[in-house]
Design a protein around this ligand. Structure first.
Ligand SMILES: *Cc1c(COP(=O)(O)O)cnc(C)c1O
Length: 378
């Protein structure tokens, strides 16, 4: 059997160890230290705006804190893009709130501005103004930022950007994760860079950052003894993980380039195969890190389904995976309201994520190309 080709695996630079060794030498191995400060600065530089970063132990934790700071509580409603990973929606439930799911639109696969506005108006007419909007940058692709921001402002609802997959992506030259009241980044093992597990909250004010740090470190009041007037969380990143992150930030630019090269590889590979479309930016305003490359297959034209391709890949030990199954189709969210049509459902039926890692080799690409040509008979 040929070795496994994965969708996306960690790709270390080697420099991570120098930061970890430094932490060991100074005995800063918990959730305080130079690596945390340094990593937060690195992220801030990367995003290139006057934002304030909080390093946390996951993007899920970052989303949870963002919702808390937006005042989301029991019985509230929060709008959430339906087509996404469950971690975008779960923290809404942690707060005892109800997610209201909204369909995608076909050019970015992300939240549809029309369906979003329809959802807001309908929820308001039923007596509840949504407390926040969670919009996602699927596979690194920017959503329609101008339109979504305009709607959020019109109804005065805070926007939370789930940019877990989008570090290195920009919209009109500005970093994804910096448009809303909060942005969320992930450094999980399968993301574009990793801290072995971690995330960050992007805040617009020092005050919001201070509050997130306070909540993420058990909400201790300022007193010599342990004094608490809020429920706290243990969500801070460790100084060891942040050391991995600093080593990874040194190579982020290379990693984005390599992922984008994989995207171009697939554009070339599929250009003469009718009925297969490679997910791409709608125009120059959108710059995706192409965390995962993905395709949709119109089986009526291509003569093959996405399952035909997925199973053929599997025969040669190549991993591929259907797109995110929309949240409004998930059993756990069966009681949540949904607004929109069939865009995300159709994408889920016809879409496939392909091996996209920055560490894939020419040999890997050859095996992928051979399989594709075999399946489509070209
Ligand atoms: C990975 C991911 C998350 C969760 O990130 P963690 O750091 O694993 O908690 C949230 N949203 C999206 C869209 C993701 O892809």
């Amino acid at each position: 059997m040929n070795p496994r080709i994965w969708l996306s695996t960690p790709h270390l630079s080697g420099n991570e160890l120098k930061y970890i060794q430094d932490a060991f030498q100074k005995n800063w191995v918990t959730s305080i230290g130079e690596n945390i400060d340094g990593f937060e600065e690195d992220i801030q530089h990367q995003l290139n705006i006057n934002c304030h970063i909080v390093a946390l132990n996951s993007a899920t934790a970052a989303l949870h804190l963002a919702l808390i700071e937006c005042g989301v509580g029991h019985g509230d409603e929060v709008i959430c893009q339906s087509m996404t990973f469950s971690a975008s929606a779960n923290p809404i439930a942690y707060q005892g709130a109800t997610p209201v799911f909204v369909d995608s639109e076909p050019s970015t696969w992300n939240i549809c501005p029309q369906a979003l506005e329809e959802a807001i108006q309908d929820r308001i007419s039923k007596g509840k103004t949504p407390k926040a909007i969670v919009a996602v940058y699927l596979y690194g692709m920017p959503f329609k930022v101008d339109e979504v921001q305009a709607i959020a402002q019109k109804y005065n609802i805070p926007l939370i950007e789930d940019a877990a997959e989008a570090l290195g992506s920009t919209y009109k030259g500005k970093a994804c994760g910096t448009f809303g009241r909060f942005g969320v980044l992930s450094f999980n093992g399968n993301k574009i860079i990793t801290t072995s597990g971690g995330g960050a909250l992007v805040c617009q004010t020092q005050e919001d950052k201070d509050k997130a740090v306070f909540l993420s470190t058990q909400a201790r009041d300022n007193a010599p003894h342990y004094q608490h007037s809020h429920i706290g969380y243990n969500y801070r990143m460790s100084n060891i993980s942040a050391g991995i992150g600093r080593g990874q930030m040194e190579v982020l630019k290379d990693r984005v380039e390599a992922r984008r090269k994989m995207h171009h590889f697939y554009l070339n590979l599929f250009q003469d195969i009718d009925g297969v479309e490679v997910f791409h930016e709608p125009n120059e305003d959108y710059y995706s890190n192409h965390w995962l490359s993905a395709i949709t297959i119109d089986s009526a034209i291509a003569g093959k389904t996405r399952e035909d391709l997925r199973l053929a890949f599997l025969d040669d030990n190549i991993e591929s995976r259907p797109l995110w199954k929309p949240m409004h189709l998930q059993p756990v969210f069966a009681n949540s309201p949904y607004y929109g049509g069939k865009v995300s459902e159709t994408l889920f039926e016809n879409g496939l994520c392909l091996p996209s890692g920055s560490n894939l080799t020419d040999e890997d690409r050859q095996r992928i190309a051979n399989k594709v040509r075999e399946v489509f008979g070209v």
